[in-house]
Design a protein around this ligand. Structure first.
Ligand code: GLC
Length: 691
């Protein structure tokens, strides 16, 4: 059951799709306090209570013990001490001795979540603006709370099936020949690949919806050639529109008053990649329609996938911010710059980016009235995604668009996916990738993944290999790196064959992963769950921070440490270890419930299948459309028969006929022999282990 409580004048954020009546009684579970316009909600925490949620955020799966702030931030160096990432997903799930409950704070402005940080025995959630709806979710189980919440916020976005294929990306592919070479190197070595992305380098002077005609002289021809090789092209679109007289996007936006303005009526100018840029007011429906329509020429040139970026929005500096920094420098020019002045000088420039002052400088128009940006900051990226998704659907009606974004707010989970932003080539960020999957899934973001190998810093061959081994399971599987870092395509490395073999597992598992993804969307479920959700009475499971349940039948446990040749793993029940080296080379090891040290050579990674379950694998393929899902090999450990269902469809229609897409695979065990049947498919049960 969900109840809604309103404070101040809540904005219609679009997060929730079912309108609930506003309750007038006291908010359950929380003590509410007002301080000026701030509203705080406090709840006592028992010694062993756990808190889950917050979607894409730093730190653990269990969020307790730290301070988080909902404030979409462009922070490429997100370390543990940070409070904000690129997204604001204000859902909390509390689990303690007396049961579970959830709370969703539907507030597009800044919200702090002090979850046992200031006081270890108290959670305090504070809305800085005090204009919000709070939804209290009651239920018996954590997964039950998630399902209730997801019903409230509407069905998750689903990508086309080929969106589960491997994506190769890099900031720095500067020309048609760069892209063709990368594709060729993959195809020649039989490294599976479905999509190649184009980062800002394809644009003409970083202007949205343009491309450089010298370096990409025949965009349509290039895209058609790559498509013939079963490769899709995915350009980036940035939120900031370059101030460029003569550029149609800039001119049209100016002529129609589509860009955000300052209090004095001037259009707000902030710098991003192109230097001075203006910001479409994505919170307006007419602006979204216009911006969405700007994708059309790219799509008509053959583009089928888009990533939206810099939409927190990132602002490197404003003219005002830059002027203030120069002024500080001038003030100090003649001085002996000692300790305090030194910091003041440094901060004047360093704090110029993404500054609160700038976010207070410009306005949106909501219902005809100006609203200062900081009050609704966290909606900006979500509304850009909405614009892009609408634009893509208009060009290819009836088809699912492939679109993902950096910034997001709950609600955007219906329009597109998210990637987890600018991580680094750090082992800690490999683990963070796993942890974020759990939170993101709670909040409806199912099509997600991180920059495999790490975006910033130079990756290493073992880090990339281990990260790909996790990426095998994430619906969005993309290798992406920053300009200036070491080349990070698989074929650049000595052990590229091991990496390619990892991808063979991915492609063999796509029928299963796609099925689990669609099921999770259809049933408001999570594809990845913390162990605490499945084994709430098992203390060791509840405290596990480096493993996740996958779908109904599996558990993942990646290696995330340098030079490790194994890891500790906790099995909350008997499970079959599949130790993969490739899609055709793996060991099957039945393992008992409990703690284990698992040996895993560099080229080996585990998937655990719960006893009593089986999962299907297809044969090898180098792109998604080549996967033959009519012949499946089953992996599992059984002592008696079981039935599994596998969802499949044409992979692109936006109407999902769920029942029609299900195939029943009937697995029978008789006299020590296992046999399986499924209509329209060949099913090989010879790899199913029997008790
Ligand atoms: C941002 C994006 C990153 C991209 C870069 C250049 O940092 O997060 O993925 O490569 O901008 O466009």
């Amino acid at each position: 059951m969900i109840r809604r409580y309103d404070f101040g004048h809540p904005y219609d954020t679009g997060a929730v799709v079912r309108q609930l009546p506003v309750c007038e009684d006291r908010v359950p579970h929380f003590a509410v306090a007002q301080d000026g316009c701030r509203v705080s909600f406090s709840a006592p925490l028992g010694e062993n209570d756990m808190i889950f949620g917050l979607g894409e955020s730093v730190r653990g799966i269990n969020k307790r013990g730290h301070l988080y702030r909902a404030w979409n931030s462009d922070d490429f160096s997100h370390t543990e001490n940070k409070a904000s990432l690129y997204a604001s997903h204000n859902l909390l799930l509390f689990s303690g001795k007396t049961g579970v409950f959830g709370a969703y704070f539907d507030d597009p402005g800044a919200v702090t979540f002090d979850l046992g940080y200031t006081r270890g025995d108290e959670a305090v959630i504070t809305s800085e603006n005090g204009d919000l709806s709070v939804y209290i979710i009651e239920g018996d189980t954590l997964i039950g709370l998630v399902r209730e919440f997801r019903h409230l916020i509407g069905r998750s976005y689903l990508p086309p099936k080929w969106g589960l294929g491997y994506i190769q990306s890099r900031w720095g592919y500067a020309s048609e020949s760069d892209l063709r070479t990368v594709v060729k190197e993959h195809r020649e070595r039989h490294i599976p690949l479905d999509t190649i992305s184009m980062d800002i380098d394809y644009m003409e002077e970083y202007k949205d919806f343009t491309w450089n005609r010298e370096t990409f002289p025949d965009m349509a021809g290039m895209i058609a050639d790559l498509k013939a090789d079963h490769i899709r092209v995915m350009p980036i679109i940035d939120a900031g529109v370059k101030v460029a007289p003569g550029d149609p996007t800039y001119e049209e936006g100016m002529a129609n008053d589509y860009f955000c303005r300052k209090e004095n009526g001037d259009v707000f100018i902030g710098a991003v990649w192109p230097g001075r840029a203006v910001f479409p007011d994505f919170l307006r429906e007419d602006v979204r329609r216009w911006f969405g329509d700007k994708y059309r020429p790219l799509l008509e040139t053959g583009v089928e996938a888009i990533w939206n970026d810099m939409n927190e929005p990132a602002i490197f500096y404003s003219e005002e911010g830059l002027a203030a920094a120069y002024q500080k420098a001038d003030e100090l020019r003649e001085k002996n710059i000692a300790i305090h002045d030194y910091f003041a000088l440094k901060d004047a420039f360093a704090n110029m980016s993404n500054s609160m002052d700038d976010y207070r400088r410009f306005f949106h128009v909501i219902d005809g009235k100006p609203v200062r940006h900081d009050k609704v900051h966290n909606l900006f990226g979500a509304m850009m995604t909405k614009a892009g998704a609408q634009g893509m659907k208009a060009v290819r009606p009836g088809k699912r668009p492939l679109i993902f974004s950096r910034a997001s707010f709950i609600g955007a989970h219906r329009d597109g996916g998210v990637w987890q932003g600018d991580n680094n080539a750090w082992w800690g960020h490999l683990l963070l990738n796993l942890k974020e999957l759990a939170g993101l899934n709670m909040c409806g973001f199912l099509y997600t993944g991180a920059d495999l190998g790490g975006f910033g810093c130079n990756t290493t061959e073992d880090l990339l290999l281990r990260w790909l081994q996790l990426g095998v399971f994430t619906p969005l599987m993309r290798n992406h790196a920053a300009d200036g870092t070491r080349d990070q395509e698989i074929y650049r490395f000595r052990n590229w064959e091991d990496m390619r073999d990892v991808l063979t597992v991915r492609y063999a598992l796509i029928p299963y992963l796609y099925s689990e993804l669609v099921k999770a969307a259809e049933k408001n479920d999570m594809m990845f769950r913390p162990l605490a959700f499945d084994y709430p009475r098992d203390e060791d499971a509840c405290r596990t921070e480096d493993q996740l349940m996958l779908g109904d039948g599996c558990m993942i446990a990646p290696v995330y440490e340098q030079n490790a040749r194994g890891r500790h793993v906790y099995l909350p029940e008997d499970m079959l270890l599949v130790r993969f080296r490739s899609s055709t080379d793996y060991d099957l090891v039945p393992m008992q419930k409990g703690h284990h040290w698992l040996r895993l050579q560099l080229n080996e990674f585990p998937l655990f299948i719960r006893k009593g379950h089986v999962i299907p694998m297809a044969g090898a393929a180098e792109y998604v459309e080549a996967i033959d899902a009519s012949a499946l090999t089953l992996l599992g450990w059984l002592d008696h028969g079981t039935v599994i269902t596998l969802y499949d469809d044409d992979g692109e229609s936006d109407v999902i006929d769920f029942q029609a897409g299900l195939t029943v695979i009937d697995v029978q065990v008789k006299d020590g022999v296992v046999a399986a049947r499924a209509e329209g498919r060949t099913v090989d049960a010879s790899r199913v282990v029997l008790d």
